[in-house]
Design a protein around this ligand. Structure first.
Ligand code: PLP
Length: 395
């Protein structure tokens, strides 16, 4: 018999995908230039030129047996070594290749880590708003997601509220900074106080509470914002990382899970992540993409375009009287619904051919998410529609 939970997941598209499909239909009906689609977090900036150049060099110079063959399940040892050296150099960490497990993007890093650390009946805390797939990944483990709202004034972590949500069933907390959907970078102060609180609670409860630091947007920061490296603050941490956004390679599927070398049960955690990858049938991360990494580590797509978009939108929407959360990172703008109702706001925006994602799916009402990883001309073209949308609330 078909697994009903899986059937439901497959039959019901996410709100974001639904909007994206709607956008396709609308583009065919009224012309692509008349639809302002800000639904999907798909990078619009080209991968750095070194990516294609080094891929070509690899293909031309290496044996195809080596290039396209299976790697070790946890990833090629020399690739993991190069990634570890890079992290040590840039974050002042002291990790080695054996802290890293290469994955099929951040989504696989998350599913492997959650499968490794979370048992049936346990709970995973997620500060809201949050990336909606967390719920799917956590529930697949037979666990429950516990949403704890971030502070409304700045969307920073509300550590006191998180403390109240911790109980003997709490296995982990997922934090995502720079954040999808708010663009917030969690401050060092909030990370320190989260780490202190979790250490205290873990000691009191007599079991570890893991931080899963989901960081696909680490390099996408503006105005010099600094993203604290979580292992430096809390030992029982697993970092979920992806090159999808920093190298504009979301379809190629490459990332990693990193276990902090100082995690109390380091060996068991790392083995459980390898076991989860095996149970989930990942076999190994794409070999060609793994082998590309040592040649392009430290390269980042031109985020100047995102920064320009961010500034333009913030300035213009504020001028039109639409309130936004000022993003410090990622490529999302979190816009407050003038009516207080996110679904109403996004439905109304559709009348002006603007596609925004209602915030309810991110576990937070009253806002809409705008993905500004588009060409700047698209934003410029959409500005009159935003103006008209804002004015429609004043009529
Ligand atoms: N985590 C967050 C917060 C994301 O926004 C995304 C993708 O948009 C992912 C994880 C998944 O990333 P990947 O494409 O590397 O699987």
């Amino acid at each position: 018999m078909v697994n009903e939970k899986m059937r439901e997941l497959g039959a019901r598209r996410s709100v974001i995908r639904e909007l994206f499909e709607y956008g396709k239909v609308r583009r065919a009906e009224i012309g692509a230039e008349n639809v302002f689609d800000f639904s999907l977090g798909n990078p619009s900036v080209e991968a750095p030129s070194s990516v294609n150049r080094e891929l070509k060099r690899l293909i031309d110079s290496e044996s195809s047996i080596l290039l396209h063959g299976y790697t070790s399940a946890q990833g090629d040892a020399s690739v993991r070594g190069a990634v570890a050296d890079y992290i040590n150099r840039t974050q002042g960490e002291e990790i080695n290749a054996d802290c890293l497990y290469m994955t099929v993007g951040a989504a696989a890093a998350l599913t492997c880590t959650l499968t490794a650390l979370v048992q049936e009946g346990e709970e995973v805390i997620v500060p809201s708003p949050y990336f909606p797939e967390y719920k799917v990944f956590v529930e697949r483990c037979g666990a429950k997601i516990v949403e704890v709202p971030c502070k409304r004034e700045d969307f920073q972590l509300d550590v006191e509220a998180i403390r109240k949500a911790v109980n003997d069933k709490t296995a982990a907390i997922i934090i995502n900074s720079p954040n999808n959907p708010t663009g917030t970078v969690f401050s060092e102060e909030s990370i320190c106080s989260l780490a202190d609180m979790l250490r205290e609670k873990a000691w009191e409860l007599g079991h570890p509470i893991y931080i899963i630091a989901d960081e696909p947007y680490r390099e996408l920061v503006y105005d010099g914002a600094r993203v604290p490296y979580i292992t430096k603050y809390y030992d029982d941490t697993v970092v979920s990382y992806s090159f999808s956004k920093s190298l504009s390679l979301p379809g190629e599927r490459i990332g990693y899970a990193l276990v902090c070398p100082r995690a109390k049960d380091f060996v068991a955690v790392y083995q459980a992540i390898c076991g989860a990858g095996r149970a989930l049938g990942y076999v190994c991360a794409p070999s060609l993409l793994q082998k590309l990494l040592p040649r392009v580590l430290g390269e980042v797509s031109d985020i100047g375009v995102y920064d320009k978009n961010r500034r333009l939108l913030l300035e213009k929407l504020t001028e039109y009287g639409i309130e936004c959360v000022k993003p410090e990172g990622a490529f999302y703008l979190f816009i407050k619904s003038p009516s207080g109702d996110s679904a109403e706001f996004c439905e109304r925006a559709k009348r002006f051919e603007i596609l925004l994602v209602p915030s309810d799916d991110f576990g937070c009402g009253g806002y809409a998410r705008l993905a500004y990883c588009v060409k700047t001309e698209e934003i410029e073209r959409a500005l009159p529609a935003f103006k008209a949308l804002a004015e429609s609330y004043r009529q």
